[in-house]
Design a protein around this ligand. Structure first.
Ligand code: NAI
Length: 248
């Protein structure tokens, strides 16, 4: 892949960059010359050192569900230099009927999927606005636009994230900061492969117009577009990258 000179040496934070979609985002941005600050929950630098395709990533420990960890990370931010991009990717799902959802479940899902992105947008967005530019991408889900039983927590949190995107895009637009949501559909990560049987995956694919799940890089290349110089005028949107799943 060609190194994009407009992306070279830009500093972009990607939360939850050690595996799955976040890892694919980090790999694609690294290949474009970006200085990626990637976060993982623990021993991240040690665990990720030498991983192919992630050379040069600056690894930081961050548990986005933990208030102390969030505070420490936010305090360290000024040391990283001017941050041009933020990808709020870290997220969790808890699938259960609302009758079984506890206050702890609610607090956990909302804290990881919504509180943490909110606080990072608040701090990093401020710096971007002061410098007159930057781009934020919040990773939500198709369950932010449609839903099904067992998804009250996830749909609540991811819809809130899409709401944060819209509100912040309005507030930071005059300062030249773009804010968008990217909502992936079913994505073939290692975790998906472990948690679904081949026949379950085949059944799912029957419901997707493109008849296949997304490769993590399908999501990553869309993120790279949204945070990169080709995106000049898209802001406040919830871009659904799902092979057409939500249109049928
Ligand atoms: P994953 O579970 O494989 O990876 C999630 C990442 O978030 C990991 O790097 C993990 O360490 C990090 N993370 C989780 N809890 C964290 C915490 N408390 N603090 C810091 N980091 C934490 O998930 P995947 O599938 O790669 O998902 C990435 C994002 O995409 C999530 O926001 C998820 O909700 C969203 N998504 C995923 C879809 C899929 O089919 N895989 C579909 C739609 C949305």
């Amino acid at each position: 892949m060609m190194t994009d000179k407009n992306m070279k040496n830009k500093i972009i934070i990607v939360t939850g960059a050690t595996r799955g979609i976040g890892r694919a985002i980090a790999e694609r941005l690294v290949s474009q010359g970006v200085v990626v600050v990637g976060t993982g929950t623990r021993d991240t630098e040690k665990r990720m050192r030498g991983e192919a395709g992630l050379e040069g990533v600056v690894w930081k420990d961050l548990d986005v569900g933990d208030a102390t960890s969030m505070n420490n990370f936010i305090e360290e931010l000024p040391l990283l230099g001017p941050i041009q991009g933020l990808v709020n990717n870290a997220g969790i799902n808890r699938i259960k009927p609302i009758s079984e959802v506890s206050e702890e479940d609610f607090a956990e899902v909302l804290s990881v999927n919504l509180r943490a992105p909110y606080l990072l947008c608040q701090t990093i967005g401020k710096g971007m606005a002061e410098r007159g530019g930057g781009s934020i991408v919040n990773i939500a889900s198709i369950w932010s636009v449609v839903s099904k039983p067992g998804r009250t927590l996830y749909t609540t949190a991811k819809s809130g994230l899409a709401g944060l995107t819209r509100a912040l895009a309005v507030e930071l637009g005059p300062s030249g900061v773009l804010v968008n949501t990217l909502s992936p559909g079913f994505t073939l990560t290692d975790l998906t492969k472990q948690s679904l049987t081949q026949s379950e995956m085949d059944q799912l694919c029957e419901q997707i117009p493109l008849r296949k799940m997304a490769d993590p890089d399908d999501i990553a290349r869309t993120v790279a577009f949204l945070v990169g110089p080709e995106n000049r005028y898209i802001t406040g949107q919830n871009l659904v990258v799902d092979g057409g799943f939500t249109i049928v």
